[in-house]
Ligand binder design. Structure first.
Ligand SMILES: Nc1ncnc2c1ncn2[C@@H]1O[C@H](COP(=O)(O)OP(=O)(O)OP(=O)(O)O)[C@@H](O)[C@H]1O
Ligand code: SF4
Ligand SMILES: [Mg+2]
Length: 376
């Protein structure tokens, strides 16, 4: 097979009518664990991303949420082809990029950019901001006499002052540095930006400013975002849909507001119950669902549902059969044998999603009968 990007097909229109920009199909990212002094043998694999499928439509923001170590960064780097997927297919703007090498990626590389959690670590401390921004502008082929003006325009666009071009990264606050990181991504005129915890290191008030900036830029430039965060409060207002990840797999994917009103997966419910609400009395009255224990080791994930070792609703089927992703109304999907907040009628009209892991069983979700608890 050619290592170049396959000629674009017409990108699939999605169910909601908009064009698919990024299609991720059954993507797996396993990291080999090596052993041996003389001969390097693979003795196990870290299942960092395990059969994940989703589609991002143009102009959409998909929030990606889950605990530390669940595979968010690995998935982000894989969809941008900074890591080659172990298995699965990636399509960007209708082109199959799964097997594309460096040269093959060149036409699409600039259209997919990443913004990192720690802008300080990702900005060269010895370079002035003007130089930092000129590097991608040059890669895009901007004429030499235009570079300074374009760099200053980018600073304008992200709410910094034009005279900041001569400053070094350490002369900025954390929020300002994240604005520089965003300006650097914009310099390539991307279609897709993957934002890996872009506000996690910032104070709450600054987080809101950066999120507002990202929304303004999206409206003005028609950008598509994959927005990674480790808790559900950050992505609520910025996302059109939200995917919840656990131990390398997608547990639930839903229109954003519906996820908060009607979580179907017990893990999502537990994440939601951990978000503090502003009213202290309401906060105290709320039922906190504590997920006990640590996530299992991704080298040896549990059989069946990977959440079964911590789930209060687990039954025998959960410990043996991988739940398929079941699609309910409004494109709301969840991988759970005993879903929450759905009726028997909603189960009867649900369908098995094509995004289900290939090894998922062929079982239809069932409500846990009253009295059935963990260990039954
Ligand atoms: N290069 C690597 N080699 C081996 N294992 C790795 C590598 N990179 C990540 N992992 C493992 O893959 C799993 C997923 O890691 P990843 O960084 O993607 O998680 P994350 O959800 O982004 O976590 P965090 O919220 O802490 O950023 C972890 O178990 C991690 O230890
Ligand atoms: S499949 Fe079973 S273990 Fe997994 S989340 Fe649902 S009820 Fe819990
Ligand atoms: Mg991460």
């Amino acid at each position: 097979m050619s290592a170049d990007v396959t000629t674009p097909a017409a990108a699939e229109p999605t169910a909601r009518g908009r064009k698919a920009l990024l299609e991720v199909e059954h993507v797996t990212q396993w990291f080999p664990v090596k052993s041996g002094i003389v001969i390097d043998r693979t003795v196990a694999n870290v299942h960092a991303v395990d059969d994940v499928s989703f589609t991002l439509t143009e102009g959409e923001t998909l929030g990606l949420v889950g605990e530390s170590g669940c595979g968010k960064t690995t998935l982000s780097r894989t969809v941008l082809k900074l890591l080659n997927p172990t298995t699965g297919t990636l399509r960007f703007d209708g082109r199959d990029i799964t097997k594309a090498n460096r040269r093959g990626m060149r036409p699409v590389r600039r259209e997919m950019q990443m913004v990192f959690q720690d802008p300080f670590a990702s900005l060269n401390p010895r370079k002035r901001v003007g130089q930092i921004l000129q590097t991608p502008l040059k890669q895009r082929g901007v004429a030499k006499d235009q570079l300074q003006k374009d760099a200053a325009d980018l600073l304008d666009r992200v709410g910094l002052r034009r005279e900041h071009v001569n400053r070094f990264p350490h002369e900025f606050s954390g929020g300002q540095r994240q604005r520089i990181g965003i300006a650097r991504a914009l310099a390539m005129q991307p279609k897709l930006i993957v934002l890996d915890e872009p506000v996690s290191a910032l104070d709450v008030s600054i987080q809101a400013q950066i999120i507002n900036l990202l929304e303004e830029l999206q409206d003005g430039l028609g950008l598509t975002y994959l927005f990674v965060a480790h808790d559900l409060s950050v992505v609520r207002h910025v996302s059109d849909r939200i995917a919840v990840m656990y131990l390398g797999k997608i547990m639930e994917l839903s229109p954003a507001e519906e996820l908060y009103d009607k979580p179907i997966h017990p893990y999502t419910q537990a994440l939601l119950s951990a978000i503090p609400v502003p009213d202290p009395r309401e906060n105290r009255a709320r039922e906190r669902i504590v997920v006990s224990g640590e996530p299992p080791n991704p080298i040896n994930p549990p059989p069946g549902c990977v959440f079964n070792t911590r789930c209060p609703r687990a039954t025998d089927v959960c410990r043996t059969v991988i739940p398929p992703l079941t699609e309910y109304a409004n494109g709301h999907q969840a991988a759970c044998h005993h879903p929450l907040n759905v009726t028997a009628e909603e189960i009867a009209t649900s369908i098995r999603s094509d995004a289900s892991p290939k090894l998922a069983g062929d079982v239809v979700p069932d409500l846990v009968p009253a009295g059935v608890t963990a260990g039954s």
